[in-house]
Ligand binder design. Structure first.
Ligand SMILES: [Zn+2]
Length: 381
């Protein structure tokens, strides 16, 4: 998983509401389940959270009701609550409000699924990390938004399956802000989160690296890491419809032809393991109900593409091959697959001809910045 760094919310964005505002809200248990914040705390947060929040309320009021909203600060309490209830209904029904953040997010992170790393320009949706249906108050929270493909997205995919009851099985939480912290952690302390999040945990790469497996004896077997990137390894047949790939691979000193292969992700700890299950990264995409899930298939194709392109460095001039590698890696997605393959092929110990202090790996990470914006490389090899 590619770790990313989130920019501050753009000025005048409707998503200017931040988690620290959420934390100032108090829960009122007498309210219905999806509306548990006390009236006073909502009013206080809205009033103190800059004019842009009022502007948003007014805009949403207009969109929702078609009538001109009461002027700020002329909102009466009933009018405000009415507006807020309407907004919440709109948002929890999947209205397009949050999708306006799409261009901001693709500009910030590139056109890659934040979770599975597929490159899908024009086909990503705004994903609520703390899901919006059980936790509607985080619908417009900038810190809660990432990009997801269809397979990772809540409506058809894996995310957004999290319920309030499930979170309450993990512990006892005072309010939804505390539940949000349990799900997401905080930027300074990501290890306490239930799941591994690319925007909050710089170890998102290291704790969930891709690795090559092949099918044999009715199970997926792990190739020795060094041999899993052997030059000459190549796909021999692939069927997107069946999510089936066979390849020539090198294992324990011997070449094998036409082995069924898949690139899976290796969880380093319990948090990463829970994340593999939650995000569905272990799914092959084969079988009923998995029609849109090409994630493992595409990840596997990219693995062999990376071996093929990086392998050319051993037989062709650096200056002619390198730009090709950079362009291909930049446009095929799966940042962590490219990093992993280059790393296993020894990229940290080989140096670019023009500067013997810069390794292939360092040069690659530098060059990838143009394609994968806001990558957090602090814990990438
Ligand atoms: Zn995805």
């Amino acid at each position: 998983m590619r770790p990313v760094t989130r920019d501050a919310v753009p000025n005048n964005s409707p998503y200017a509401i931040r988690l620290n505002t959420m934390v100032s809200l108090q829960v009122d248990a007498s309210q219905p389940p999806n509306w548990k914040f006390s009236v006073d705390s909502v009013i206080r947060a809205l009033k103190t959270n800059t004019p842009s929040r009022w502007d948003l309320l007014q805009a949403e009021w207009y969109l929702a009701t078609g009538t001109v909203p009461p002027a700020n600060p002329g909102w009466t309490l009933p009018a405000l609550l009415n507006a807020y209830a309407t907004i919440n209904r709109r948002l929890t029904k999947g209205a397009k409000g949050c999708n306006k953040a799409g261009p901001l997010l693709t500009g910030m992170f590139g056109e890659f699924c934040s979770f599975c790393e597929q490159y899908l320009p024009g086909h990503l949706v705004v994903q609520h990390c703390t899901p919006m249906s059980p936790f509607p108050y985080f619908t417009l929270c900038w810190d809660n938004l990432l990009l997801a493909c269809e397979a990772c997205n809540g409506s058809t995919g894996m995310l957004d399956k999290l319920t309030r009851d499930e979170v309450d099985r993990w512990g006892t939480y005072a309010d939804d802000c505390a539940r949000n912290v349990a799900i997401r952690g905080t930027p300074g302390n990501p290890a306490t989160a239930r799941y591994l999040w690319p925007d909050l945990n710089p170890l998102a790469y290291r704790n969930l690296v891709p690795y090559l497996t092949f099918w044999g004896n009715n199970q997926w077997n792990v190739l020795p890491f060094g041999e899993s990137v052997k030059i000459g390894s190549a796909i021999t047949q692939s069927s997107l419809a069946n999510r089936h790939i066979t390849a020539t691979i090198f294992c324990n000193g011997t070449w094998y032809q036409n082995q069924t292969v898949m690139v899976q992700t290796s969880p380093l700890d319990q948090q990463a393991l829970d994340s593999v299950n939650y995000y569905g990264f272990g799914r092959t995409g084969i079988g009923p109900g998995e029609i849109a899930d090409c994630r493992m298939y595409n990840r596997t194709c990219t693995w062999f593409k990376a071996i093929s392109f990086i392998g050319r460095l051993t037989s062709e001039p650096f200056d002619s091959v390198w730009p090709l590698i950079v362009r291909t890696a930049g446009q095929s997605g799966f940042y962590s697959v490219w990093i992993r393959v280059l790393h296993l092929m020894g990229g940290a110990g080989v140096f670019v001809p023009s500067d013997p202090t810069i390794s292939y790996m360092q040069q690659f990470i530098t060059d990838m910045a143009a394609y994968y914006p806001n990558t957090n490389t602090t814990a990438v090899p």
